[in-house]
Design a binder for this molecule. Structure first.
Ligand SMILES: NC(=O)c1ccc[n+]([C@@H]2O[C@H](COP(=O)([O-])OP(=O)(O)OC[C@H]3O[C@@H](n4cnc5c(N)ncnc54)[C@H](O)[C@@H]3O)[C@@H](O)[C@H]2O)c1
Length: 247
């Protein structure tokens, strides 16, 4: 069974579909109740296994409840994909560090970094008991480039990379893999306006593959990190963005 946070929309929704198509029981853990229900219904209507459990990744009791109910329902948690975040698809402030409001800093760090910590903290005891599990965390190319004028967002994503490495070292002896993956600027919006298109086209020139990235470009890497094919891969960061960043 695979828990995907933030799977009501965007790339998370695409992970959910791809995992379901591969036969996984998918749990959609999103703060958006209606969006989560709709995403799960689309999958079950298509004959797949999906369950929407409304969850706010900022609230530990809520996250603990998610894990408890998931285990009650499916006996185990094979994969946790920490994807939920505040990103430009929602309201996200951009500008200079010295102008960044304290409340806006906290708002983004709370979801994008603390949310990953809380979900991981709640799932680790379950995966330790199983002596297996895969935690996949979603970072961002802005961590490498420092681009985008989003100091809080980029810092949170850097923290996600750091936390992934610590967890990978701590959890190896329990057979738990922890890896990170980084999409580039991806056309994940539910509706594509001229402005969205312009923003996404802005990243094309710096890539080896000169085209707009879509969620379909990313989901296969998540699947690899969730599968037994990556059993000896841990603490790593895979950059899935057409070769704009190489490391
Ligand atoms: N789209 C891109 O260009 C891009 C680039 C690099 C990294 N990423 C990362 O990929 C992931 C998905 O991005 P996206 O473009 O699909 O974003 P999105 O805004 O479309 O989706 C984010 C999802 O997270 C959910 N969410 C927000 N706050 C939550 C909370 N407190 N608890 C639970 N769920 C919550 C939202 O409801 C939404 O469904 C994010 O981690 C993002 O940082 C995206």
């Amino acid at each position: 069974m695979t828990i995907i946070t933030g799977a009501a929309h965007g790339i998370g929704k695409a992970y959910a579909r791809r995992f379901a198509e591969e036969g996984a029981h998918v749990v959609i853990a999103d703060i958006d109740h209606q969006g989560g229900q709709a995403a799960a219904k689309a999958l079950t209507d298509a004959g797949f296994s999906a369950w929407a459990r409304t969850t706010d990744v900022r609230i530990y009791s809520d996250v603990e409840g998610l894990m408890r109910e998931a285990v009650d329902k499916f006996d185990r948690v094979d994969v946790l994909l920490n994807n939920a975040a505040i990103y430009v698809t929602q309201k996200l402030w951009k500008g200079a560090v010295e102008d960044l409001d304290l409340a806006e800093w906290d708002r983004v760090i709370e979801v994008n970094l603390k949310g990953v910590f809380l979900c991981s903290k709640a799932v680790i005891p379950i995966m330790k008991r199983q002596r297996s599990g895969k935690i996949i965390n979603i970072a961002s190319g802005t961590f490498f480039s420092g681009s985008g004028n989003m100091p809080h967002y980029t810092t949170a994503k850097g923290g996600v990379v750091a936390l992934s490495r610590v967890m990978a070292r701590q959890l190896g002896e329990y057979g738990i893999n922890v890896n990170c993956m980084t999409p580039g600027s991806t056309m994940s919006e539910d509706s594509v306006t001229e402005e969205v298109l312009k923003r996404r086209e802005g990243s094309v020139e710096k890539r080896a593959f000169r085209r707009i990235e879509t969620p379909a470009d990313i989901v296969g890497t998540a699947l690899f990190l969730a599968s037994s094919d990556s059993d000896f891969v841990t603490g790593q960061l895979l950059i899935v963005e057409g070769g704009g960043i190489m490391h």
